[in-house]
Design a protein around this ligand. Structure first.
Ligand code: 15L
Length: 277
């Protein structure tokens, strides 16, 4: 395990006050006791043992101060759903650039970038895809995640930072509906992927799917498995519950065709036969 109490191995966690940050913080704290949490505002339930540094990702000087002296960054910060162009531009495009650039200047060795399934959300559900497919974003948000992956590749190839992009499905204690039976990931499995990104000696530039061991998966995650990923979450165990929840949702004939669901159908003006690969 990385000795995260050693200041030279300091790990910074952006977006720590958000939903995924809140679910994974306690698990990460056990593995990496010196973890530095960051967000724009301090989480209400911060423990006395937890370190917190406030930073606004759109402010390069604040991001530079945050990552100074860090060994690794887990970057979850930014806007986590579809938003206006202004919101996405600031939080996810400019914010992500500021993060990678500050990491380069500070000599950070590894970055884990929280990408999303929405970078490939226009792939049809009937198609199983690997991590090597062309991106097909389903939203401005998805475009920003594809941008973050491209930025990660640039900083890996040009500056030698070990970058792991996680195309996260949906994180939670259980899958919320039928779509999430294919893309769900437990907080424990996500932390396992963080750990591979932080510690595996072969990491240069990687894209993994952030998904548990889901029978209905649309994704080939064999590269993550080759690097030691052994997910324990199984969406199928929650099928009855997810199907019952699905019945409460309005019909979505467009979203139901594509992996991104409602992100794909929102603002959709095309003919479905002409959408996706
Ligand atoms: C995401 O990328 C979002 O951050 C999350 O809020 C969910 O909407 C998830 O995708 C999903 O596709 O279910």
């Amino acid at each position: 395990m990385t000795d995260s109490l050693d200041p030279a191995r300091r790990i910074v966690y952006t977006g720590a006050a958000g939903g995924v940050g809140t679910m994974t913080r306690p698990l990460l704290a056990k593995l990496y006791p010196g973890l530095v949490l960051s967000d724009r505002v301090q989480p209400a339930n911060l423990l006395p043992s937890e370190k917190f540094v406030a930073a606004d990702l759109t402010k390069p000087d604040e991001v530079a101060a945050l990552v100074k002296g860090a060994h690794s960054v887990i970057h979850l910060g930014g806007h986590s759903v579809e938003g206006t162009w202004d919101q996405i531009l600031n939080a996810n495009i400019i914010g992500c650039y500021n993060l990678f650039e500050a990491a380069r200047v500070a000599g950070v060795k590894r970055v884990i970038f929280a990408s999303s399934n929405h970078a490939i959300g226009f792939y049809p559900r009937r198609k199983k895809i690997g991590t090597d497919v062309t991106v097909r974003p389903d939203s401005r948000y998805g475009v920003s995640k594809a941008f973050g992956e491209a930025l990660g590749a640039l900083y890996s190839d040009k500056h030698g930072i070990g970058v792991t992009c996680l195309r996260i499905g949906n994180v939670g204690p259980s899958p919320l509906d039928v779509r999430r039976l294919s893309i769900w990931i437990s907080p424990e499995d996500l932390v396992q992927l963080f750990q591979i990104g932080l510690e595996h000696p072969d990491i240069r530039f990687e894209i993994f799917y952030g998904a548990s061991d889901n029978e209905a998966s649309w994704w080939d995650n064999s590269r993550a498995h080759r690097l030691g990923y052994r997910p324990t979450g199984k969406a199928e165990e929650f099928r009855a519950q997810a199907e019952a929840e699905q019945k409460k949702l309005p019909p979505d004939p467009v979203g139901d065709l594509f992996q991104g669901g409602t992100f794909a159908s929102a603002e959709f003006t095309n003919d479905v036969k002409r959408a996706g690969p």
